[in-house]
Design a binder for this molecule. Structure first.
Ligand code: SF4
Ligand code: SF4
Length: 779
């Protein structure tokens, strides 16, 4: 076996292909860690591990070089490797342009005309040592005949980290490229001896030319690792032979160079079939190892050891959306899509997800999925949602899968917060896929009682408003709240808002004949979309916003026929009901929208619903134009300020506060939300807190069945609000406000009220800063 290993297992800096048998036997002892690490769970299950770590060099520096040709960059890289850099990454033109376009900080780092770039890091025990090594590298380049430019020299860790953000980002950006051809990662992990990179790349280039494809190149040159991604249409089974032929040709060159077909990712299903030809007779030894550890072939079958000759193509996704026109088995028919998109668009959305797993992050760098943060199970990940819809749309599974228990867990773990859409590197529209899947479920099974009652809450709150004294008194009592939980499903312990005497839309201001779409005036006009909470529970907020707009010289039209945005119905998948309210709103907003008037919302979810959901509820031109004209109050006022048109005749408002950014504000865009407007007001000391999603998501956190989960998801925010040393919380979203007040003894206020106070328009709003949440009620 020794000779077999020596002859057939190459010595490389990185090799995660097959089983690592080199140096397995050390002084008559088997070093099992060498064997188990990288064995992809095919030999053993690891339940506990002790890791030995090595200290990093304390000093770091980096050099970025741009080259006029890929050849020059490869040759330069080969020369620089003798200086033993800590890292030396090579990128081609396509990747460099992606990084340059994505982040303005890289405009000066990446030359627009560069064909290739090298990012080189040097490490040392002292800063002087690092400087010296960078100097040597530069002298080496100066002595060469390459056409190149040093575009960045970094000598402290922060600068170096910033530079590495570009390579880290571009691979993800690649996945999000639009168009028919996509960079397919099926031969993306080869490793060759570093000194052979340049020779190998010439052969790789020829291989791609032979198959008439282009490929992107990203190389960790110091370790000989090459990430090659051929640009091809999204593959389905019919293209399997082409993919396999490219891989076979390329891997032949890898073998000839003494390389490995996988440097770091492992073999999995796509590379296992090539291991026999890579390792020759040593593969028989791999089979014997498997036999010893897993004689019944139970552990991760078909990875590394497999006799399946079709393995490489067997698991390629089926992506055809063409369904049989007639069939004996109606269950296999694609269900009628519930959103106003066609099958092709829905399928394109589903296949944008390339399974990269970035949405399984629980790190602090973004919000991503609150359900996955709460419980890291695959069915909670956005990725599982894309997979579910793709399988149904492609006919791989019947629509009935949407009613199965396993699918139920996937469907229940999304409340349309949109954070995955915001942060997915491929911009996979998971929220709309999820809405489609849930709507299919509702179309097949109907809506659950609680979802039905809560999503239509607005239809019976008018009675609660009429008898508001009695209603508010009853809401304070545990017995009534228990009854409410048992009948309607509203969580007994959720602090709820009080009802007001008269909904804002019934006020004289709205009902007045002067509140008309067609008034001849030279004043600029805006349309105010009020939505549920401000209408029934916080008409002062609506009044404050109208007065702010008037103070800034606008005529405000408030269509009296408007109703709720419908986001609650969208979120539970009741597209029929959502479509009805959308149609009603579109009917009363579209004329003003066509006249060019902006439609402004103080509720971020309403703005998002009108802007992003209405076009998928109605394919009409009116829906599109309403969508285009809709903005949230924060964006509108900030843009006014940017133009110098927002009045700043503020009186000081002495308040210390923390501000929570709602998920839907993030989804609306970087200018959304009123935090920056608050910062303009003298006396207001406001600090932004990032505690992730509040866990409310409209009616989700109000429903008894989700109450505990909602508190769990929002626990960091609730805890912060219960302990923070300020006089108020602030946020734009009414349901985030509910969660912020759930365990707090200070009020949470909409920033619009602070703005109205600062303008001196409504002094009575000062009381909202001192009123406190208590018992079963909000402040
Ligand atoms: S949805 Fe998740 S797995 Fe799919 S591309 Fe986006 S981040 Fe990657
Ligand atoms: S929309 Fe929100 S809850 Fe749904 S999958 Fe995406 S991140 Fe998770």
């Amino acid at each position: 076996a020794d000779t077999l290993i020596r002859d057939h297992q190459p010595v490389l800096l990185r090799n995660s292909s097959g089983y690592m048998l080199r140096n397995l036997l050390q002084k008559d002892q088997l070093d099992l860690t060498r064997l188990i690490a990288g064995s992809e769970g095919t030999l053993a299950m690891v339940t506990e591990a002790t890791l030995h770590t090595m200290p990093l060099m304390p000093n770091r520096g980096a050099l970025v070089l741009m080259f006029a040709s890929m050849d020059a960059a490869i040759q330069a890289m080969q020369q620089l490797l003798v200086l033993e850099p800590g890292a030396c990454d090579l990128m081609d033109r396509r990747l460099l342009s992606l990084g340059r376009d994505d982040d303005p900080r890289f405009r000066s780092v990446v030359h627009p005309e560069a064909e290739a770039g090298l990012f080189v890091e040097f490490n040392g025990h002292s800063r002087a040592e690092v400087e010296q090594r960078i100097q040597t590298a530069e002298s080496m380049m100066e002595a060469s005949s390459f056409q190149y430019a040093v575009t960045q020299r970094a000598l402290d860790a922060e600068e170096v980290d910033l530079l590495w953000r570009l390579p880290a980002r571009v691979v993800s950006l690649l996945a999000g490229l639009k168009g028919n051809s996509r960079p397919l990662p099926f031969v993306e992990d080869v490793a060759v001896p570093p000194e052979s990179i340049s020779e190998f790349l010439v052969l790789a280039q020829r291989t791609f030319q032979k198959h008439e494809v282009t490929a992107t190149l990203y190389a960790h040159a110091a370790s000989g690792q090459l990430h090659l991604r051929p640009m091809l249409p999204v593959p389905n089974r019919s293209q399997g032979p082409q993919l396999e032929a490219i891989a076979r040709d390329l891997y032949r060159h890898v073998r000839a160079m003494g390389g490995a077909i996988s440097g770091e990712h492992g073999d999995g299903l796509s590379r296992t079939a090539f291991l026999r030809s890579m390792y020759g007779p040593l593969y028989r030894t791999f089979q014997q190892v498997k036999q010893i550890f897993d004689p019944q072939y139970l552990l991760n079958p078909d990875k590394i050891i497999s006799n399946d000759g079709q393995l490489t193509q067997r698991y390629l996704r089926r992506i055809s959306v063409t369904q049989p026109s007639t069939t004996e088995d109606p269950e296999t028919l694609l269900p009628i899509l519930q959103l106003s998109w066609d099958e092709e668009t829905a399928m394109q959305a589903a296949i944008r997800c390339n399974g990269c797993g970035s949405c399984r992050t629980q790190g602090e760098s973004g919000r991503m999925c609150p359900f996955f943060h709460h419980e890291a199970r695959e069915e909670n990940s956005p990725r599982s949602k894309a997979s579910l819809l793709r399988r149904v749309l492609s006919g791989e599974e019947s629509a009935d899968v949407l009613t199965s228990g396993a699918a139920g867990a996937v469907l229940d773990s999304c409340f349309n917060c949109k954070q995955c859409l915001l942060e997915c590197p491929s911009e996979a529209d998971i929220p709309h896929m999820m809405l489609e899947a849930r709507a299919q479920n509702v179309a097949l099974n109907g809506l659950g009682k609680t979802d039905w009652l809560l999503s239509k809450f607005h239809t019976y709150t008018r009675f609660a408003s009429r008898f508001r004294r009695l209603t508010n008194r009853m809401l304070r009592h545990g017995i009534f709240r228990t009854l409410l939980q048992k009948t309607i499903g509203i969580a007994r312990d959720r602090r709820l808002p009080r009802f007001q005497q008269r909904p804002f839309l019934h006020s004289p201001r709205v009902q007045s004949e002067h509140n008309s779409a067609n008034v001849s005036t030279s004043m600029p006009t805006v349309v105010y979309f009020v939505d549920y909470f401000a209408n029934h529970h916080d008409p002062e907020l609506a009044e404050a916003f109208v007065r702010i707009l008037q103070h800034n010289g606008f005529r405000v039209y408030i269509p009296p026929q408007q109703t709720v945005s419908g986001m609650a119905m969208v979120a539970v998948g009741d597209m029929q009901a959502a479509r009805e309210v959308a149609d009603a709103n579109i009917a009363c907003l579209s004329e003003s929208a066509r006249d060019g008037y902006p439609i402004i919302c103080t509720e971020p979810s309403a703005a998002l619903c009108l802007r992003d959901e209405y076009p998928l509820l109605s394919a009409s031109e009116d829906a599109a134009i309403v969508s285009q004209r809709t903005q949230d109050a924060g964006t509108f006022l900030w843009q006014l300020h940017a133009k110098g048109s927002l009045k700043t005749d503020f009186e000081p408002v002495e308040v210390t506060a923390v501000y929570h950014t709602p998920c839907h504000v993030k989804a609306l865009g970087p200018e959304a939300g009123l935090y920056r407007v608050l910062e303009l007001i003298p006396g207001v000391e406001v600090r932004q807190i990032e505690k992730g999603c509040s866990g409310m998501a409209g009616m989700f956190g109000i429903a008894a069945e989700h109450f505990e989960q909602s508190l769990e998801i929002g626990k960091d925010l609730i805890q912060e609000m219960a302990t923070v040393d300020v006089s108020a919380g602030m946020t734009d979203c009414s349901t985030c406000r509910m969660q912020m007040e759930q365990g707090a003894s200070i009020p949470t206020v909409h920033p619009i009220k602070i703005l109205a106070l600062a303008y001196g328009l409504m002094p009575e709003l000062r009381s909202s800063l001192s009123s406190k949440p208590a018992g079963y009620l909000m402040s």
